[in-house]
Design a protein around this ligand. Structure first.
Ligand SMILES: C[S@@+](CC[C@H](N)C(=O)[O-])C[C@H]1O[C@@H](n2cnc3c(N)ncnc32)[C@H](O)[C@@H]1O
Length: 274
């Protein structure tokens, strides 16, 4: 296994149980209310449209809250993730919710070895996924390989413009990190995560990459996809820039407090396999 995968997997394995126990992921609400959907999927629902009966795969599904939400919207779900500890939580949640979901442990780049090629109507990828992948070209080839002809990709993720910003500033937007994809990873060491938890983490190193919007679009077109939608959003579902963002209670998303029109914080991209 590549070193970056090992390092990132250890980081996610440690975070998974803490996330499942955190108020932010609202796991108990999924059990108590069979119609409950994650905030991310509630945000996505108007753009996702009707997914009832679709054969769908959720890449980088983490602890499965979005995967379960998509199943509740009527898709037959498979979830794929690198982190076995995340999948322990995802399987436990699906079982407690009484929903059949297939979970598969794999690196995204090996997805075509563990899932049937050209067998999915929908590939879904959620917030906080692409930054873990070194090459957007390779990702686009996997997405296209999984889809049936006419099948579609739905991705919402943090905007690469947001990822350029140094979050230690609390009074201005400072572009410190790459916007475009670079071969070298950004190596971070952070004991924090994006939901409230009392857990002290020890596997704090991560290896991450940025991918510009143009690079993502071009990679998909080169892999045989037709772009059918691209939207920028002023909000993200985590407190991305502490001190500079305000929580909108109705959507559960954070946006810049001062002149929010300055920042594309997340984006939704949709594409169809030709
Ligand atoms: C930020 S989480 C995804 C969050 C998800 N949208 C949610 O809120 O539940 C990122 C996930 O990507 C997974 N991941 C990171 N690198 C991966 C890779 N190369 N292949 C598959 N999964 C990967 C991690 O294990 C983690 O579960």
């Amino acid at each position: 296994m590549d070193e970056y995968l090992r390092v990132n997997r250890e980081n996610w394995d440690e975070r998974a149980p803490a996330h499942a126990a955190s108020p932010g992921y609202e796991v108990q609400r999924f059990i108590d209310d069979p119609s409950f959907l994650s905030r991310v999927v509630r945000f996505d629902e108007p753009r996702l449209g009707d997914i009832r009966g679709l054969e769908a795969v959720h890449l980088q599904c983490h602890i499965g809250t979005d995967t379960l939400s998509l199943a509740r919207l009527g898709a037959r779900m498979t979830g794929l993730d690198l982190s076995p500890a995340s999948l322990v939580q995802a399987r436990a949640l699906a079982e407690r919710a009484g929903t059949a979901i297939r979970y598969v442990e794999s690196d995204v780049y090996s997805a075509l070895d563990v899932l049937r090629p050209a067998s999915y109507d929908l590939v879904y990828t959620g917030v906080g996924a692409l930054c873990w992948l070194p090459s957007i070209e390779r990702w686009a080839q996997v997405v296209t390989g999984l889809l049936k002809p006419g099948g579609r990709l739905f991705i919402r993720d943090g905007h690469p413009m947001l990822f350029t910003l140094d979050e230690t500033y609390t009074d201005k937007l400072v572009a410190e990190y790459p916007y475009f994809e670079r071969e070298e990873p950004l190596v971070f060491a952070s004991a924090a995560t994006y939901v409230a938890t009392d857990v002290t983490f020890s596997e704090t190193t991560t290896h991450e990459w940025s991918h510009g919007i143009g690079e993502i679009v071009t990679a998909l077109i080169n892999a045989g996809m037709q772009i059918t939608g691209l939207a920028g959003h002023g909000s993200v579902p985590w407190e991305a820039l502490p001190g500079q963002t305000t929580l909108d209670e109705s959507s559960g998303e954070w946006r810049l407090t001062d002149r929010p029109w300055r920042l594309a914080a997340s984006f939704t991209l949709q594409a169809r396999k030709l």
